[in-house]
Design a protein around this ligand. Structure first.
Ligand SMILES: [Zn+2]
Ligand SMILES: [Zn+2]
Length: 114
């Protein structure tokens, strides 16, 4: 039996805030993880240094630079490191429990001061 491969449907989106698997969508229709579904992507900067304007088209969210024109989200995220603004208590609690279990924190470890 011939089963056609469905390209484009097997790809897993990553949450732009934490790089975990995206299983939800934020208000901008951007794939995000459950922890960051209330976050929005804004205040991104273009490669040229200008601030990008967030646009909403029929194919989803994209960005616009007055100098460089439209920039898709994938590209915009390549040169912008996103930091979630909201602190998710559950998530950080779980991360802490996990790291306690999986590694011994040494005082000279830079992660110790996180
Ligand atoms: Zn996330
Ligand atoms: Zn630009």
């Amino acid at each position: 039996m011939f089963i056609p491969k469905k390209y484009g449907q097997s790809k897993i989106d990553k949450c732009p805030f934490c790089q975990r698997h995206a299983t939800a969508m934020n208000s901008q229709k951007v794939p995000v993880c459950q922890s960051h579904k209330d976050e929005v992507i804004d205040n991104l900067r273009c490669v040229c240094g200008l601030e990008l304007e967030t646009m909403h088209g029929k194919f989803g969210t994209f960005f616009s630079c007055v100098k460089c024109g439209n920039i898709n989200m994938k590209k915009a995220l390549e040169f912008n490191a996103l930091k979630p603004k909201m602190h998710n208590e559950n998530f950080s609690q779980r991360a802490k429990t996990q790291s306690n279990k999986e590694m011994t924190v040494r005082s000279d470890d830079p992660r110790y001061f996180d």
